[in-house]
Design a protein. Structure first.
Length: 63
């Protein structure tokens, strides 16, 4: 699914960039250009970012 029509950014590209360590919106904006033109994609991109960040543990359990 296309998230940003202005830049042609897909959901897959966003998820890949997040998996590569871009865990903040400003990093995604710098890396991909998402949200840098009309801004209509920002709410969807933020939702995807939150969803992907929720999958990543904030800490590691120590045995």
């Amino acid at each position: 699914m296309y998230v940003c029509l202005c830049k042609g950014i897909t959901e897959r590209q966003l998820k890949q960039a997040i998996a590569e360590g871009n865990s903040e919106f400003k990093q995604l904006k710098r890396e991909l250009g998402v949200g840098s033109q009309c801004g209509k994609c920002v709410p969807v991109a933020m939702a995807i970012l939150a969803e992907e960040n929720a999958k990543t543990p904030l800490y590691y359990e120590v045995a």
